[in-house]
Design a protein around this ligand. Structure first.
Ligand SMILES: [Zn+2]
Length: 364
């Protein structure tokens, strides 16, 4: 009897101990399990960090911006808010429930959440499949290719524009990150002398610092665009923060020159589908480029000219800058500009603002 009791005791102890062992192992492995992968969102490859936990894939909450869902952090509730089309859900961190807004009834209901969202390395990781399903997206895992595919059912009407489809030999010069008081006046002097127009994608903080330069840009007939307030990488910030970056800059231009542009360019050319959806909502067209001069890296005038000649075509948009983070970095831009204008005119090109270029778009 005694031995049987002892056996039972040992057995019970074993049951208690065995499950705790792998949990400890898992926790100590946690930091080494963050990896990078590609998830296909509506067949577009999106690179993301992820973590496997209890056989499920967890991604940073901001990953969902690539699906077109707005993603926000509710500080008071310590919860992530996802908003896709008619669907709105909140996922509190480290809780076993999520809340879904029932639009038809106008109230929030609480659902059981199978997998918890959690903080890791100052980021919030959420269960990919469960959140996607709650947002009425389809998720498919292909075990042979070892790839995850998401179909979002979210359509953004106005796509980004890198070049305009036109038969006319039109081209747009664009300058980002300004205004400043070093390069902007030199660029404006050259454009005036050559009687050419350009489009300036301005940063809000620089508008505030150099309002007279913004007035001069407008008075001399150039186009304006919004390039955010503080030049963040939009893919890395919450949707409400993106909205604030854009709206604040629109407001600054309204105050300085009495009008707001309908063009936007994302810093670093980086934006998610959710950022594009937000631009659509606000009424801004997202303008990229077809010719990247890489002038910000301190390129010489000859290198800039070569890049322009190699990549220019009808309806092209040339990317340059008018704010340098270090002294003399844009000297090549200034030296190249009169030559770009003269040489492209010799080839039959006409310089127009991006606004005018868009009006020539055959697809519209
Ligand atoms: Zn920029």
């Amino acid at each position: 009897m005694m031995s049987k009791k002892l056996f039972r005791f040992v057995f019970v102890l074993a049951i208690v101990l065995v499950p705790t062992a792998p949990v400890h192992a898992e926790q100590s492995d946690f930091s080494s399990t963050i990896q990078e992968t590609i998830v296909y969102v509506d067949n577009n490859a999106v690179t993301t960090n992820y973590m496997m936990h209890d056989g499920d894939m967890y991604v940073p909450a901001l990953f969902f911006k690539h699906t077109g869902a707005y993603v926000d952090w509710l500080e008071q509730e310590q919860a992530i808010l996802f908003h896709a089309k008619e669907k709105m859900i909140t996922v509190p961190v480290s809780k076993r429930h999520s809340n879904v807004f029932e639009r038809a009834f106008g109230f929030w209901s609480t659902n059981n959440q199978q997998k918890q969202a959690f903080f890791f390395n100052e980021e919030i990781f959420v269960p990919l499949v469960e959140i996607a399903h709650r947002l009425e997206m389809s998720v498919r895992y292909d075990p042979i290719k070892a790839k995850t595919f998401i179909t979002t059912h979210i359509h953004v009407p106005s796509p980004s524009i890198g070049q305009v489809n036109t038969e006319d030999k039109l081209v747009a010069l664009t300058f980002d990150d300004g205004p400043d008081d070093i390069y902007t006046p030199q660029i404006l002097d050259i454009l005036k002398e050559k009687n050419a127009v350009a489009t300036f994608f301005l940063v809000g903080e620089e508008i505030q610092a150099y309002p007279d330069m913004v007035r001069r840009i407008v008075q001399e007939g150039h186009g304006l665009g919004n390039h955010t307030w503080q030049h963040p990488n939009l893919a890395t910030i919450w949707t409400e923060k993106v909205r604030e970056e854009i709206k604040k800059t629109q407001q600054a231009m309204l105050e300085v020159v009495g009008r707001q542009p309908d063009l936007f360019r994302p810093p670093y050319g980086s934006l998610t589908k959710a950022d594009l959806a937000l631009l659509n909502e606000i009424g801004l067209r997202n303008i990229l480029w077809s010719v990247d001069t890489l002038d910000w890296s301190g390129r010489s005038a000859d290198e800039i000219l070569l890049t322009v000649h190699e990549n220019i075509s009808k309806g092209g948009i040339i990317l340059q800058h008018n704010f340098g983070s270090t002294e003399h970095v844009l000297d090549g831009t200034i030296e190249a500009l009169p030559k770009i204008i003269d040489e492209l005119r010799e080839e039959g090109y006409t310089f127009v603002t991006v606004q005018t270029l868009l009006q020539a778009d055959n697809r519209q």
